[in-house]
Design a protein around this ligand. Structure first.
Ligand code: GUN
Length: 293
């Protein structure tokens, strides 16, 4: 029998977004200025286009003006650096995201380094990531997915301090910063990845599981501790002849099995995704507040 709470990420996101919208509105009324977000997309990847569409729509919803720069797949590093530099210097822009992954010929690290740390709402700049890793320092921005996980845990009344957490995956977008942030919140964190022996045994000990693998249904019910809190960050396209475009998105966790074992789980879609996007809005608002101080 299914006993787990299925977390309604959309409702939580909506709740936070209405709060952000009120703050943006108040800011406009009091100083006549608003936060602004710039988005840079290189090439035509379908997944990146979808992510960006969702991000821009979310900005619109809360009254944050957005700027989009689209560059062709074959653009030069110089062109891309120029676009970022323009946004770095633009006083209407408080947040900049360069949608990843970039085409192979571009040096991703070099591009990330070029974003002003003060406008790095993705939190991927080494200054922000480094400060996140060093416990007594404060990063200007925490990566959105990680911030979303903590927000969800806190709102769900889950105590993090002293708990065993397992993060499956170590990407710079999700896995690595989430491991670091959970440590900052006093969890005992294990990172499981492609070279980990017996990942199921390690995962089975965790009170909190965050999965960022990119393989549909790889985490089975018997990987999970009864009563665990499970956050599925996977967004994996799988074929589905019944859907409009021939595919649908599914997570890393075998949802049906998991719901019989754990105490709470985020579904895909409609789980952690909308909360993550909301953290982008929150980071942009925070950045604007600092700029207007
Ligand atoms: N690609 C997948 N997720 C993200 C994200 O959060 N930010 C950026 N810039 N690219 C991504």
């Amino acid at each position: 029998v299914q006993t787990a709470t299925i977390i309604d990420g959309k409702a939580i996101a909506q709740d936070i977004r209405s709060q952000i919208a009120r703050e943006v509105c108040r800011m406009k009324a009091s100083i006549g200025k608003s936060p602004g977000l710039a988005v840079v997309l290189v090439g035509k990847r379908r997944d990146s286009q979808t992510y960006i569409r969702v991000k821009l729509k979310a900005c619109d919803e809360v009254g944050i003006p957005s700027f989009i720069a689209q560059l062709p797949e074959n653009c030069t590093e110089y062109q891309l650096l120029n676009v970022v530099s323009g946004f770095n210097d633009n006083p209407l822009v408080h947040g900049i995201i360069v949608q990843l992954p970039l085409p192979q010929h571009l040096d991703e690290e070099k591009i990330i380094d070029s974003v002003s740390p003060e406008k790095d709402v993705d939190g991927f700049h080494p200054l922000n990531m480094g400060n996140l890793a060093m416990r007594r320092r404060e990063p200007l921005f925490i990566p959105c997915a990680s911030k979303g996980c903590i927000e969800l845990l806190l709102r769900s009344g889950v105590e993090i301090m002293g708990k065993k957490a397992v993060v499956i995956g170590r990407s710079k977008i999700v896995g690595l910063p989430t491991s670091l942030l959970l440590q900052r919140h006093q969890a005992t964190v294990s990172t499981v990845h492609a070279f980990t022996k017996n990942p199921e045994k390690i995962t089975r000990e965790a009170d909190i599981v965050v999965s960022d693998v990119g393989i549909p249904n790889i985490v089975l019910g018997n990987w999970l501790k009864p009563g665990a809190f499970v956050i599925d960050m996977g967004t994996n396209p799988i074929k589905d002849p019944n859907s409009r475009n021939g595919y649908r998105i599914t997570g890393d966790i075998c949802f049906k099995e998991a719901t019989k074992v754990v105490s709470a789980i985020t579904p895909v879609p409609g789980g952690i995704g909308p909360i993550t996007i909301t953290m982008l809005l929150s980071n942009t608002l925070d950045s604007a507040k600092r700029a207007f101080r």
